[in-house]
Ligand binder design. Structure first.
Ligand code: SF4
Length: 706
């Protein structure tokens, strides 16, 4: 197909958080014909995974929304309408709900699929104009535990490491992270580093994932017990004097409390809780602590748990105790989920205000109110409900109206039967999405057709804090509109939107973000999230720049690592070593529900398949939901390979195709989460107390042949 290409246009992949630079090829008629990786980009060096290679097929894929739709009741047929009527109706409904039930009775949920300027503008609209405090992103299903854990350990969010650390490390420990399927190009970077210079790869995962197959040591941990394993490792490290005492004394506080706590986690007793034998715990602890540098990475295996925030804080503990923060090859790196999961963290959904500012902090509120030109009293003094608390609040009648942007809770939330009932109860639901056939749209009153990623302009931030450019390769499809335009138009329909200035272009919004990213935080430390030196032209020339990148910075490289000077954004500049106890509140397998139910991703699909489900070859290689089951367990129940079984949990049931494999132990089954009406009919919505993230991966089920 490259022969037909007349012109290549640069953009960034809009699926996972790896942040690959891509080029989209157009023919003489300006028709999209192909995609290729950008060879000059630091991140992917010309490579793409299957999703990126086929991303150009999204532009004219089936199910795309072509015009706004409206109906009185969710069971009526939709009628096409004009943008003005759809926006006017929505604004009127929001105002009526707020006047009748209070400002917070209208909630907004967005996702890590938006561009950063869109997050910023939506945050300004939600907090500064509409004035609801119940606004969240689906970070809460994905990275909220990492945000909370980083903040508790280091005083601020922000992954301190980068992909280049693979080139320098002497040991890598991956917790609940299956890179080859979830982040294939990050895995390729790791593999390249391992081929140049071998170092131990230790994988902690209850399942023999693709990454576990490549590991030197695989630790098939009991689900939800990572904190026990880490405490037992620190028991060995501290009792054998392997800790980096100079680093601990100079840069941390709380060591004595952690040292005292881990005495309760002797590997001899810990092995019975975490399922990893004593000798292996001692072995990996010594390997990790004796390596000149060591790094930890993690993804949903840690975050999606009732212990998610604690798990992150404890991984940070392990790295601080061994002096592995802020060094080339020594770091604690959360591998984020969606392409712009970082953008939503940075520009408001997790903290409440833009630029890692917090609603709870008076100085932060005043700075934003002053810049936006609103009364500081208009801003709430603490963050409102997270996405996982918004749905229960619909059940209780506290929330009457909801605007869902670029996410699909009917498939992605735990216990979807409960989500369905909540959506049916709403007085008003507006869905804004590229696709009008997205499952959650079944319950909407208004549908806004949004443009797909490369019909818009703006930036993403990837896992390693690299800001990269999305270019509008094509104009918006039919009568769809960029999300930025929709937020801007909605603002004009509110009184406060007449006085608050709303940027007219993404680049103007980027200038506002740059201004807000400069200077010092409330505690007097310079802001790490400083993008003031960036411009779209510089980002394009560099193919992505890592933050911080300040006005005075020269060249096109941002800062590769945070905390290299050992100074942290806490009151006294020291990082917090936190004693983390293990409380076993997981739903456990029992006589009635004897199997652990685990879920995760496959390489061909992204999130709830709203996009990859429209791509022929992604479906060809991964056409349907399936359940991995151990052959011994299957034989005991009379279940055959490629047969269908019924799974039942305390929440609901699902029918699924069986794949017999040794990848799962006898007492566990695994189902990819991408498919509608499948694993999330069964999952449990128990929440982490700090991050409000659900425990998708620790629940129990029973299996019946059908
Ligand atoms: Fe896109 Fe992620 Fe694949 Fe890169 S690894 S092409 S960012 S989906």
């Amino acid at each position: 197909p490259s022969k037909k290409v007349k012109e290549w246009k640069y953009t960034t992949c809009n699926y996972c958080s790896t942040g690959c630079s891509i080029e989209i090829g157009l023919d003489e008629q300006q028709k999209i014909v192909t995609t290729r990786g950008h060879a000059g980009a630091d991140v992917n060096r010309g490579k793409l995974c299957i999703k990126g290679i086929l991303e150009h097929e999204l532009f004219e894929s089936p199910g795309r929304g072509t015009e706004p739709l409206i109906r009185d009741k969710h069971f009526d047929s939709f009628k096409p309408t004009s943008w003005d009527h759809a926006l006017d109706t929505t604004a009127a409904q929001i105002k009526q709900i707020q006047q009748t039930y209070g400002r917070d009775a209208f909630a907004i949920v967005s996702s890590g699929q938006l561009l950063t300027e869109e997050f910023y503008t939506l945050g300004k609209l939600a907090r500064g104009v509409i004035g609801t405090n119940n606004y969240d992103g689906n970070t809460t299903l994905c990275m909220a535990s990492a945000v909370s854990g980083y903040k508790r350990s280091f005083g601020a969010d922000g992954p301190p490491g980068c992909y280049d650390d693979f080139e320098h490390t002497h040991c890598l420990m991956a917790f609940g992270s299956n890179l080859p399927e979830q982040h294939p190009i990050i895995y390729w970077r790791l593999k390249e580093a391992l081929e140049k210079r071998h170092f131990p790869l230790i994988v902690v995962d209850p399942r023999v994932t693709m990454l576990a197959q490549f590991a030197d040591i695989h630790l098939p941990i009991t689900p939800g017990t990572d904190c026990v394993l880490i405490n037992a490792m620190m028991y060995v490290i501290i009792n054998e004097g392997l800790q980096d005492q100079a680093y601990i004394d100079a840069h941390t506080q709380g060591f004595n409390e952690v040292k005292a706590l881990v005495q309760d986690y002797n590997p001899k007793s810990a092995q019975h809780i975490c399922g990893i034998d004593e000798d292996t715990i001692r072995n990996v602890a010594r390997i990790y602590a004796k390596a000149p540098t060591a790094m930890s990475i993690w993804t949903m295996g840690i975050n999606q748990s009732t212990h998610g925030s604690d798990g992150v804080a404890n991984i940070n503990n392990l790295n601080m105790v061994t002096g592995n923060i802020g060094k080339p090859g020594g770091t604690s790196l959360s591998i984020t989920g969606q392409c712009n999961a970082m953008g939503t963290r940075e520009w408001s959904s997790c903290s409440g205000l833009p630029g890692y500012r917090y609603l709870e902090n008076e100085q932060d509120r005043n700075e934003i109110a002053d810049f936006w030109g609103i009364d500081p009293e208009f801003l709430p003094k603490k963050r409102g409900l997270s996405q996982t608390d918004i749905f229960p609040a619909i059940e209780t009648g506290e929330i009457k109206g909801l605007w869902i942007v670029a996410t699909n809770p009917m498939t992605s939330m735990p216990n979807t039967a409960r989500i369905r009932k909540a959506l049916e109860k709403l007085d008003f639901l507006v869905i804004q999405d590229v696709y009008q056939d997205v499952e959650t749209n079944q319950y909407s009153h208004v549908y806004f057709p949004a443009s797909v990623w490369a019909e818009k302009e703006g930036v993403h931030t990837n896992t390693e804090r690299r800001v990269n450019l999305i270019s509008n390769v094509l104009p918006p499809y039919k009568n769809s509109k960029p999300d930025f335009w929709i937020f801007n138009q909605m603002a004009k329909r509110f009184d406060q939107g007449q006085t608050v200035h709303f940027p007219e272009s993404p680049e103007e919004a980027f200038e506002e973000m740059k201004y807000l990213s400069k200077g010092k935080m409330a505690n007097g430390e310079p802001r790490n999230l400083d993008i003031s030196g960036m411009t779209y032209d510089k980002i394009l020339a560099a193919k992505g720049i890592q933050w911080p990148y300040r006005e005075e910075d020269v060249g096109l490289k941002g800062q590769a690592r945070l905390y290299s000077d050992g100074v942290f954004p806490t009151a006294n500049g020291k990082a917090n070593l936190l004693p983390i106890h293990f409380y076993n509140n997981n739903e456990q397998p029992c006589a009635e529900y004897p199997f652990w139910l685990n879920s995760g991703r496959v390489v061909e699909h992204f999130h709830t398949r709203t996009r990859t489900g429209k791509i022929g070859n992604c479906n060809k290689f991964s056409p349907t939901a399936y359940m991995e089951m151990n052959p011994d367990a299957a034989m005991a129940l009379g279940v055959k390979h490629q047969s269908y079984v019924r799974l039942t949990s305390r929440r609901g049931d699902a029918v699924v195709l069986v794949q017999l494999t040794q990848r799962v132990p006898r007492n566990m089954v695994f189902i990819p989460f991408h498919f509608h009406d499948c694993v999330n009919r069964l999952t449990l919505g128990l929440l982490d107390p700090y991050s409000r993230q659900p425990a998708f991966k620790q629940c129990s089920t029973r299996i019946e042949p059908i």
